[in-house]
Ligand binder design. Sequence first.
Ligand code: HPA
Length: 282
Amino acid sequence: MVAEFEVYHYDEAAERILRQTRHRPTLGLILGSGLGSLADAVESPTVVDYADIPHFPFSTVPGHSGRLVIGQLAGAPVCVMQGRFHYYEGYSLQQTTLPVRVMQRMGIRTLILTNAAGGLNPSFAVGDLMLVEDHINFVGMAGNNPLRGPNLDSFGPRFPAANRIYSKHLRGLALEVAARRELILQRGVYIMLGGPNFETPAEIRMLRTLGGDAVGMSTVPEALVAHHAGMDVLAISTITNLTIDALDAAHEPSHEEVQEAGKVIVPRLSGLLLGVVERLAP
Ligand code: HPA
């Protein structure tokens, strides 16, 4: 049995973070692989290392730094997670999503999730942004869910609905900002697998048949926990590589390729997110 977190664990972490900053963030951002440099745009930042927050796990993946950057972004008080936790690192899904509940206890009511993903939809190109409209939770289907275990009623209900996870309002805002800034914003279904291996060609063909547009190893547990806790959720996938559906292709996807693509994508993603955050500023 995995260790269960109690409400006071989340409260302790939230209090410790808020004690270190004068900012009172209402907006949370979680940055995916290769996208961490977005945190550099935060003004008058307070930086809190995960190691200094009680109950927080550590980030073990290259390209994920492991700190919170709290400050002002485009006029809004934000808390940016530079480095997230993944299931494949060996953490339980409750551990990977602990920061989301901590943010909720800090007073954050809107969460923007970003990720690196492989493109399944053949009309997508490397470097595209994709608005996540819905997801398929492969890791959850057999019962491995971050909400498994005793329900904490102060966050949300035992049996939460999942048909309205990605806020219609925020999706509309993202599409508006993308149109105004002339950024390509694809839309689609994100499929979460556990990783850490990339997919086999047969798996890629299957995922496409199932209706996936992008595939990755994160985001879904955080979106579920945030939605359960009453937060408005926006998720943007960055298409860092095309997925390989044929045997014996010369190319293999790699983490280096994902990080490399991040460099090209960061300016586009910043453009989109700054536009959205500006509209959410008080
Ligand atoms: N598959 C799974 N996860 C990923 C990929 C991929 O192709 N690219 C980035 N994250």
